[in-house]
Design a protein around this ligand. Structure first.
Ligand code: ATP
Ligand code: MG
Length: 356
């Protein structure tokens, strides 16, 4: 097995530049324990790069990334640069060019962490959202009409293809089979009368092919409420691009802090690099203060190890995270503590060294 990997890092903006080096240190330490070598290429693509060059990444950016095994991203976005620039100039082109059609977001409450939910039943929170990552509501189809007139309007089309919906649902069914064999689908076919009935129809067809998986449909509004009122009923949840985005910010909130939540943009066929990033953004309000929680980025790193086939190393990294949270008082401010990013990272490294 080739245990040397070329990883492109894109720290990006704000706290991305603080948490990526922290997570790289943790992955290096885990790598040295498990005989995995990383060759990191740091790319300076960011909103600052955009301010200098007028682009989020160079014209040959995708070719540069293609030379790497995986992509490790911090966060892009900064005040003064409209969000759609960072999204459409970098994230979406990467997700689409490399067919990263699965956005995998675990919602797991880590030991020693308090959820804002008043009651978390025994067994805690442990489910996964599979968000469609390449099509759906995030579409360029549409436009503005009759600007400056009383008839002014905006039209935004969603595009759901059979191929796009089927492939992400197949992934979700397989994932459910490897867990508790329960799969919930997020829909809104009472209000959105073309795309969502299509989504439901494909879900039913695939459900018939997977009789061992217990399926259920929820309207997105009810599903969001259940994330708060009864989250333990879920195992795997499959959702469209927009619904998945909203659900996973909610998922991040119920596991105690958006500073924890990781995500993997997966190309399940492994034809191209996948991309691993925290759910949080560049957090301009705390950037530069050394207060960012590095765990979301570290957890994203553990997902990268897992995808590379190093489940043992991924488990060790998450073991160190759990140890620090459950056994030490070291916490960043989002968790009510006073530790800096560096102090938290030092504690994670220590825990990794002490694990047997
Ligand atoms: P973007 O536009 O880049 O998504 P945003 O401001 O919309 O940025 P986040 O960057 O995710 O969203 O920040 C939301 C809130 O959560 C902010 O108050 C931020 O300080 C806090 N936050 C986000 N990530 C972390 C982290 N890793 N550690 C501590 N606090 C965080
Ligand atoms: Mg945001």
């Amino acid at each position: 097995m080739d245990t040397s990997y070329r990883i492109a890092t894109i720290p990006g903006d704000g706290i991305g530049t603080e948490v990526v080096p922290a997570a790289v240190d943790v992955l290096e330490r885990a790598g040295s324990r498990f005989g995995i070598r990383f060759e990191w290429s740091e790319l300076e693509w960011s909103c600052e790069y955009y301010a200098r060059t007028g682009r989020m990444m160079p014209e040959n950016g995708l070719d540069v990334l293609r030379e790497h095994d995986q992509i490790f991203l911090g966060a892009v976005g900064y005040p003064g640069v409209p969000d759609h620039v960072s999204l459409w100039g970098l994230l979406i082109p990467i997700r689409r060019a490399f067919r990263q059609y699965v956005n995998l977001r675990p919602v797991t409450l880590l030991p020693g962490v308090e959820s804002p939910l008043r009651e978390v039943p025994a067994g805690g929170l442990d489910f996964v959202v599979v968000r469609e990552n390449n099509e759906g509501e995030y579409s360029e189809v549409g436009g503005r009409l009759y600007r400056g007139t009383p008839q002014e309007a905006a039209i935004q089309e969603s595009v759901f293809t059979r191929r796009g919906v089927e492939r992400v649902m197949r992934y979700a069914f397989d994932l459910a089979r490897s867990r508790k064999s329960r799969l919930a689908s997020a829909t809104k076919s009472n209000g959105i009368i073309h795309s969502m009935p299509f989504w439901d129809e494909i879900f039913r067809e695939l459900g018939a092919e997977h009789p061992d998986v217990k399926t259920s449909d929820y309207h997105i509004d009810a599903l969001a409420a259940l994330f708060v009122l009864d989250p333990t009923r879920f195992d795997v949840v499959v959702a469209s691009n927009l619904f998945g985005d909203i659900l996973t910010d909610l998922g991040a909130a119920i596991i105690g802090s958006i500073g924890f939540a990781p995500s993997a943009n997966l190309n399940p066929e492994r034809e191209f690099p996948s991309m691993f990033e925290p759910v949080h953004g560049s957090a301009p309000d705390i950037a530069g203060t050394g207060r960012a929680n590095p765990i979301g980025q570290v957890w994203a790193g553990a997902m990268m190890l897992e995808h590379l086939g190093h489940a043992d190393a991924a488990t060790a990294v998450m073991g160190a995270v759990s140890h620090v949270l459950a056994e030490t008082g070291v916490r960043t401010r989002d968790l009510g503590g006073t530790a800096s990013t560096q102090e938290m990272t030092a504690e994670l490294l220590k825990a990794l060294d002490q694990e047997v």
